[in-house]
Design a protein around this ligand. Structure first.
Ligand SMILES: Nc1ncnc2c1ncn2[C@@H]1O[C@H](COP(=O)(O)OP(=O)(O)OP(=O)(O)O)[C@@H](O)[C@H]1O
Ligand SMILES: [Mg+2]
Length: 318
């Protein structure tokens, strides 16, 4: 009988300096041994025994090729799975800033509705096309407040909605606009405003900028970084765009066939990848042979990612 590396799985690869990094952090979300099966014929084991810690205020990149289970894992954490998807094992816990630990997997009914969006919000994959076409931006933001903050008066909601648009770089005059009157970038900014509305402790962003052109994408990413600094929410940032993750993430988890095969600081993932699959992913982006990290964090537009003069930070790994 042959055993594939997946069969002899012993937990994600990491390094001692990653352990040291984790020891300095405070967790906001913990996922333990989560498995999700799509109950179709034959069944699809989309997420397999995933454990993950997200620290307060950190950006955790979740990388991996299409179909590896990123969105399914995000849904499992936020209790958004619908049949035929079934969580077959594991749990997720939010370590609330009040000090209370909330077992997300045990929530139901009103407790679950009150929890979602308030503690963990999500920018859905393809969200930019998910704004309701027949109601205005204002009405959609008001809906969030009406559901979760029933004590807010109309004037208070109006002010909060204006403030949110300003925060994400959209003119508050746009509150009366409908989705079709906004550019793709603006629609995505509005979705981020909705996700920020209740000041969640965790935001899950599933390919939030993939459909946008590079300039718009970078503007939005800088906004997210700035907002994160200001409000200290943590982000699980999902994308198959590894170069992008290397620029924006504190840590990166690499997912393959439903499992997290490696998790480490972005620097270590880049400079000292441990898992063969991580090395393969890195080598599939030739532009990674130069410097990274300057663009989004510092706004250095002139950064030349493939300058022949730079040392080889890949350590010869191709
Ligand atoms: N409703 C469904 N029924 C059956 N299988 C599904 C269903 N939704 C997803 N899957 C399968 O589950 C696996 C994980 O899918 P998922 O959408 O989580 O991947 P992903 O990493 O988010 O991919 P992408 O990068 O393309 O968004 C894939 O094999 C997919 O085909
Ligand atoms: Mg997905």
């Amino acid at each position: 009988m042959t055993t594939s590396p997946v069969d002899v799985w012993a937990g994600p690869l990491t390094t001692p300096d990653h352990a040291a990094y984790m020891a300095r952090q405070t967790p906001v979300l913990t996922a333990q041994h989560m498995s999700v099966v799509y109950q179709v014929t034959p069944p699809v084991e989309a997420v397999r025994d995933v454990s993950l810690v997200l620290n307060r205020g950190e950006i955790l990149g979740l990388a991996g090729e299409s179909g590896c289970g990123k969105t399914t894992l995000a849904y499992a954490i936020n209790r958004l799975l619908k049949p035929p998807a079934l969580l077959t094992s594991g749990e997720a816990t939010l370590h609330d800033h009040s000090g209370e630990d909330i077992d997300i997997t045990a929530l139901s009914g009103d407790h679950l509705r009150a929890f979602r969006w308030d503690k963990i919000s999500m920018v859905f994959q393809g969200a930019m096309n998910a704004l309701n076409p027949v109601i205005s931006v204002r009405a959609q933001l008001f809906d969030v407040f009406t559901t979760h903050r029933p004590d807010m008066g109309r004037a208070e909601k109006e002010q909060a909605a204006k403030d949110l648009l300003t925060l994400v770089g959209v003119d508050p005059d746009r509150l009366g606009s409908f989705a079709h009157e906004l550019s793709g970038g603006m629609r995505q900014r509005v979705m981020i405003a909705m996700a920020l509305a209740l000041r969640p402790q965790v935001m899950i962003m599933d390919e939030p900028t993939t459909a946008l052109d590079v300039v718009v994408q970078r503007g939005i990413l800088r906004e997210i970084m700035r907002l994160r600094e200001r409000f200290n929410f943590a982000v699980i940032f999902i994308t198959h765009d590894l170069p992008l993750l290397l620029e924006i993430s504190d840590r990166i988890a690499v997912m393959r066939e439903g499992r997290i095969v490696e998790v480490n600081t972005a620097k270590n993932i880049f400079e000292h990848p441990q898992h063969a699959y991580t090395k393969k992913l890195l080598s599939s982006f030739p532009s990674l042979l130069g410097e990274t990290g300057g663009f989004v964090r510092t706004g250095d537009e002139d950064l030349n990612p493939s300058s022949p003069d730079t040392d080889d930070p890949m350590g010869g790994i191709r």
